[in-house]
Design a protein around this ligand. Sequence first.
Ligand code: ZN
Length: 462
Amino acid sequence: MGLLIRNGDIITADKRYKADIYIEDETITEIGENLQVPEGTEVIDAAGKYIFPGFIDPHVHIYLPFMGTYSKDTHASGSQAALIGGTTTFIEMCAPAGSEDTLEGYKHWKSLAEGNAACDYAFHMGVTRFDAQTEAQLREIVADGTPSFKVFLAYKGAFGIDDEALYKILTLAQELGVITTAHTENAELVAQLQQKLLSEGKTGPEWHEPSRPEYVEADGVHHFTTFLGATGAKGYIVHLSCKPALDAALEAKARGVDVAIEAVIPHLLLDKTYAERPDFEGAKFVMSPPLRDKRNQAVLWEALERGDVSTVGTDHAPFDTTQKAMGKGDFTRIPNGIPAIEDRVNLLYTYGVSRGNLDLHRFVDAASTQAAKLFGLYPRKGAVEVGSDADLVIYDPDYRGKLSVKMQHMNVDYSGFEGVEIDGKPEVVTVRGAVQVRDGQFIGDKARGRFLRRETLKVAGG
Ligand SMILES: [Zn+2]
């Protein structure tokens, strides 16, 4: 049975027009005015609402082992929260530790998601070791439809890799048409500064930022982009947080290095004073790179408006207050992460479009279309076109409310955005033609989500 969405204001990365959308099975099959549809078609009236392509979060952690514990969301809770917030696809970081087998890690992450996700999903393959066997496995993983890698210049001794491995991974990525995403902080500087601060008795969450200052991230960006230049590989800097790092990335782009930049919602809206809150409250706001001095926020927003920052993700990684307490007396033991998968779209819309200078089309581009293009999903995802997957968000721009832990669906006992106002929220959300959210509530098929096989840069022509 078909689905007709009538009278909506369709808004994509480059177009705005009023039309009806007809969906058959999983796909958009017709867009036009006053469409005639078969009897029995379900009709949704979207008058007064925006219709966006389903939003894509390119940086999510669902299953995340970290410092001996695990992030709180399951694929069930994380994907349902994502959908309520308008995200119909997320790309999860598959991050086995350096001591683990890469292919086994990949299969393990996939098996956890399979049958348990309500929205579609894909993975960035974390590469935390490199040898002949790993290389063969990575070829297999790319052939399985996962053509993006993730490397960590940070987290020495856990996920971090050395320069020989970095060079070889990027060389392989270039050969295969794989985009390599990178967490860019200088690991050695972080390790040394952490030890120095701890030895001075500086143990609280407020010392997390000083242990990885802005220049540490700028150095990581410079390092990564230098290696991209040397290998000709395409890169993507995740969660870029500050002006010196942005300057380093833009300088590399100006040199001809092929690199895209992601910002994440916490860095756009929160600053380091949150992590300085007393009574260990600051631990809720510990992530890496850390929340920065507030002056960086305007710099990031402007780069986003210009398109120098391509995408906005979350780095969603929910650890509850009990888990955060592991780091009492030693900030280096605080699990990193600020939950946001449910709130990203509404926050970006509110503080970008509704109350800021972000163009409505740039908003769609940054929250959906660019991620689809960079990661081999376009125009199946990130577009409202005949032939695209029918992932649609019917958005109510007249909604007014506040975020709170009391209402959220993410499986964690706090909100990093408690009491923050939002202007607008998704009313109806479809995943490949199935209504998964209605009246803002998840009402759909808990196992609707499917693993997305993606195209390499060679196929996508990027
Ligand atoms: Zn991350």
